[in-house]
Ligand binder design. Sequence first.
Ligand SMILES: [Zn+2]
Ligand SMILES: [Zn+2]
Length: 327
Amino acid sequence: MKTFRMDHALPVDTTIPDPSLVVLIGAAGAGKSTWASTWPATQVLELDHFRALVSDDAGDQEATDDAVFALQAVLEARLARRKMTVVDATNTEAGVRASLVATARRYGVPTVALVVPTPATVCAERQEGRCTSRRVPRQVVLAQHAAMLAAWPGLPGEGFDHVVVAEYLHRLEPLLKRLADTWRAELGWDGGEGLGDLLLVRRYFGPDVLPMWRWLDGSHLAGGDRVAEIRLGADRIVLAQRNDIDGAGDVGFEVLVGCPHDEACEGQAWAPACNITDLARALTGELMHDPDVHCTAHGPRHNNAAPDAESPGCTVQQAPYTEAARA
Ligand SMILES: [Zn+2]
Ligand SMILES: [Zn+2]
């Protein structure tokens, strides 16, 4: 349904056909990537990501030409297959938009201009929270914002089949549905195997360790608790899943380290492993000096200290790993 919208003299249109080429338009810091994330990651071509692919640095402006070249190749491959595609870049230059519209036309795919008109002051403020290499100078942000405003009324004339303003869109539902599907699959609620006993592993150490994780069932190393290893080539880390790590029935992990008392100790020295940092410290040997190390032959590291007076141990962190946003 199209109704007339007075303030910009363009009819309100919320149509995004599938397939279509969605061209995000907005200044740096406008929140374009948040909107892009409501589509599956494979459908989003983010210019910053292509800069990083060719130069290891998403903010490297010198890499823009090569990044655009690579993005264009993927764009054409997708449009040739009539695949829904979202281009996440400022797209505030008329020449850039014209090239995108022409490409989509060539493959007979409709085009959508998705305008993200976040106020310039907000866009500029958001730059302050970014790391230096990705921070866009205030003057540039203001110029991009002005260019977006100037281009807006002319977008239909540029050949876009639909001009959609982000503030009128309902995109939360597809985003939440996709996240919920992932979650159900991990729990095995979709009829698949799910992550099962790896759910806790992932919560503590993140998804990247899962392919290297192997349960060593039948191992007596941990006094009846379940033992696992993380193994890659010549490297190996041994862990125990403690079913009562704090005497209060909480589950947690400990990692096998060298005994801090005696190099030749025949016992097993265990240190709490709360997160991926602890695994890195276990591998470098640093973790054996942790105050919470306890050896099966020597006992706790600080025999005369009050138990855990100065250290909270692991159990404080119930969900130390939060899944980071996709690159
Ligand atoms: Zn020992
Ligand atoms: Zn402790």
